[in-house]
Design a protein around this ligand. Structure first.
Ligand SMILES: [Mn+2]
Length: 483
């Protein structure tokens, strides 16, 4: 593509080898109005192509002269099923030293590597293309099948459907329930979202209120007879044994419970039930409501810790689908009900840099302005799954400030900090929360240009982390860096 002008307007295409694949590609390009030259050694075939008003010429693609014939083409597609001939064609073209874009058909990964070495820009391996296509059709076929099943079970409801979130409803669970309710409505079936425990976290309450999702406490419902179909979504984690008879189960975790439901869709290969529900919404080809889209997007982001944990392609495509329908201002409000921008920055930095040893998390928030943000970040990180102790530190005014939190009853975090830093700084606090201050001392002479700042940061980071993990009784540096 030596010309500097638009490829779409000016490119000439050559197709070398016009069997079934080459022919299909040629037809597609001609349909798109492209200028195509076809080269094939079979004279009869060339004759037939010319009868179809195609620009074809008879020549052996292995011949060096063929490379001369296609010298004016910008893109060369070598599509013959004779892989040895394809190799020679690539070699001849590359010998001409022209800047042409070469796409070539291989037969297997080995010939693919050889063709790449000979200078092909793109190598196509038919068996992997077919395998990919087969997997995609299988996936969409399965989804179509499941969607039909789901709509049958929902439509069987004579009265109302009760959709249960997990016991302490979290965003993934609430969003999934709202999505299933929307699907039921789409099918003309009435459904309510119910919960058994209580909505504990303040953020989850904010989530429900801001999105205007109506959740009913099962304990407050007198007329339970009105529900003849029961669904549970995102229920496996965080729920006691479910005593009601269930018809629909949708989850991303395998459950310990033996469900005797007519519809079960459990996919451990995705990270959230919201991802699964998004696929159904797409399959039902329904207009997705703003609140539902926002809820689902938040559900996916929360389960994947904003796409940092166990994110699968399915989670990403679901999020990408939801993105344009979601209300991003609302999303921001849900995410940060009471956090200042500085706290959010510190928290983001701390999540990114976290190092986890066992259930202990230590993280560096970098250079900070507001020390209070460290304490909030440490408190917030304590919500991460499997974490019982957190410590977040940052640098301000030539001093390292550190805030720590613990919910591990066997650990006195105040004592841990004074063990770790008592000798080199000041530590204060008690069993569940504590803080420490360490003067940068020997480092303070360094002029803080950007490069020195980075060096300073990594030196302090290592020292601070090592001392803390030691005092906690674990050695740093062996495993489990979260970022
Ligand atoms: Mn979940």
């Amino acid at each position: 593509m030596s010309t500097g002008v638009s490829i779409a307007a000016m490119s000439r295409y050559a197709i070398l080898g016009c069997g079934s694949v080459g022919h299909a590609v040629a037809e597609e390009l001609v349909d798109q109005g492209k200028d195509v030259l076809i080269v094939d050694r079979d004279e009869g075939r060339v004759e037939a192509l010319r009868d179809q008003d195609l620009n074809a010429q008879a020549a052996d693609i292995r011949e060096p002269t063929t490379a001369d014939d296609v010298r004016d083409c910008d893109v060369i597609l070598i599509m013959s099923s004779d892989i040895e001939a394809n190799k020679e064609a690539v070699a001849n073209i590359r010998e001409r030293d022209a800047d042409q874009f070469v796409v070539v058909r291989a037969s297997d990964p080995v010939s693919g590597d050889e063709l790449t070495e000979l200078g092909a820009d793109v190598v196509i391996n038919p068996s992997s293309v077919i395998a990919d296509a087969a997997m995609r059709s299988l996936e969409s076929g399965e989804l179509e099948y499941r969607a039909t099943q789901l709509s049958e079970v929902l439509s069987d409801a004579n009265d109302r459907v009760a959709i249960f979130t997990n016991e302490s409803p979290d965003p993934d669970s609430i969003a999934s329930a709202a999505a299933l309710q929307a699907i039921a409505t789409h099918l003309g079936v009435e459904a309510d979202i119910c919960y058994l425990g209580d909505i504990g976290h303040q953020e989850n309450r904010a989530f429900v209120n801001l999105l205007g999702i109506e959740l009913l406490n099962w304990a407050d419902i007198d007329d339970r007879e009105q529900y003849d179909t029961m669904a549970v979504v995102d229920h496996a984690k965080g729920g006691e044994a479910f005593e009601l008879e269930v018809d629909i189960v949708i989850d991303h975790y395998e459950s310990d419970e033996e469900w005797d439901a007519s519809f079960v869709d459990v996919r451990p290969n995705v990270s959230s039930t919201s991802t699964i529900m998004t696929k159904y919404i797409q399959e039902f080809d329904m207009k997705v409501d703003e609140a539902v889209a926002t809820a689902l997007l938040y559900g996916i982001r929360e389960e994947t810790l904003d796409f940092k944990r166990d994110t699968t392609p399915a989670d990403l495509t679901a999020a990408a689908y939801l993105y344009p329908f979601a209300n991003h201002d609302l999303l921001e409000q849900v995410e940060s009900p009471s956090m200042s921008p500085e706290t959010l920055d510190v928290l983001a930095e701390a999540i990114q840099n976290r190092e986890v040893q066992g259930s202990h998390l230590v993280s560096n928030a970098g250079f900070i302005r507001d020390r209070e943000a460290l304490a909030q970040a440490a408190q917030h990180l304590l919500n991460l799954e499997g974490i019982t102790t957190t410590a977040v530190f940052g640098i301000a005014d030539d001093t390292i400030f550190l805030a720590a939190r613990s919910k591990d009853i066997r650990m006195n975090i105040g004592k841990v900090l004074s063990d770790a830093y008592g000798g080199i700084g000041e530590a204060a606090g008690h069993s569940t929360q504590a803080s420490a201050e360490i003067s940068l001392g020997i480092f303070t002479g360094i002029e803080t240009n950007d490069e020195n700042r980075d060096t300073l940061l990594s030196l302090t980071e290592e020292a601070v982390k090592r001392k803390l993990f030691q005092a906690m009784g674990v050695e740093s540096g062996e495993s489990g860096n979260g970022s």
